[in-house]
Design a protein around this ligand. Sequence first.
Ligand code: SAM
Length: 395
Amino acid sequence: MNFIDLFCGCGGLTEGFIKENYKPLLLSDNDPYSMLTSENRLTSLGFNKSLVGKICKKADLTNKKNIPNLLSNIDNKLEIDVLVAGIPCQAYSSVGRAQDADSMKNDKRNYLYKSLINFLNILKPNIVLIENVSGMLSARPKDALIIKDIFNQLEKSGYNVHREKKDILLNSLEYGVPQVRKRVIIFGVKKSLRINPVYFYEKLQKTHYEPNNKKKGLKKFISVNEAIGDLPKIKPGKGKEFYEFFKPKINRYLKEIRKKGYRYLHNHTCRSHNEKDKLRYFYLSKNNWQLKDLQHKYPELIHHDPKHFGNRYTVQAGHLPGRTVVSHLYKDGNLFIHPDYKQTRTFTVREAARIQSFPDDFIFSGSRTQQFKQVGNAVPVLLAKALAKTIKILR
Ligand SMILES: C[S@@+](CC[C@H](N)C(=O)[O-])C[C@H]1O[C@@H](n2cnc3c(N)ncnc32)[C@H](O)[C@@H]1O
């Protein structure tokens, strides 16, 4: 089966579809570093250079004038199986809305889905798959619910959708991702296929149960320690973009994301931290404290405005799944403090990528800042893989 990925980023969704043997026809995003990562990934998977050049196209997808060039290498008689799109979410995210003076009501990015509809009307794929943050369900700029308009537009374009909120919000950790990450997944199914989209949600196989919610037939959730506990211990400001790294014994999760016999490690460098931050990380992780405990014992380590977003210091608990990886990581890593107090630091890009279930041989391009953005924006690979597998029931 084939697929097109619009707003592809570094390619979390793409990776899941390729792992399920789908053929990429077009990957597009306007961010040069994300495109570089995507191109390098395809090359490392064995796609030849000229094919990579035809598949990967950097473009502003909101500009209709770019459409002919973007589609120029796709035979217009070819049946497209799946069009996937992780539409940019800034306008819908609760953080974005909380920080904006008018709650993003006048932000043009509320309407980026209309660009996807333009492509849909030309390509007419069998399935369209949209991924977004849970805030998409409640976003109502100009007092109209965005999600309602998305459903209406999809139906107008000839696609059936399933509108039940409780079914379309998925938690990545139930698909083997070591992270609580709730995302809206919309399957639009071409009306002529006569398949009720609810069928896809029913077929989507959960594999793991959530903490405190043991379920028969499902495996225990994957913890942060299982995901990152084997990685080289490093101090703030240290680490390397490339390591020779091999451990003969790997756990159940690493068996999923690390090729047998793979001898390298990439993107494992940590940003530098000031002395106060290192102390904060040390006390919080060593004592399993929250900020209020730190405030009580060491008030001198608290910012003037503890409610300020930048002061949301959170240690990732080693025995639980990680909290949601966000692209804010590119600004500071305080939401992702390493559980090992001896390392007094925040996560590296590789650790964030492990929590997002990227394979260890997936290399992120650009500066560390750019790499964090890509990882934080991505759809976890194991969730993408589960979605891709489900759609295969079409064949
Ligand atoms: C949520 S991320 C997509 C993540 C991706 N699906 C993945 O799994 O890795 C949204 C992407 O939209 C891209 N983007 C934002 N505005 C765009 C535009 N006008 N044209 C093309 N891409 C855009 C961003 O660069 C970002 O990579």
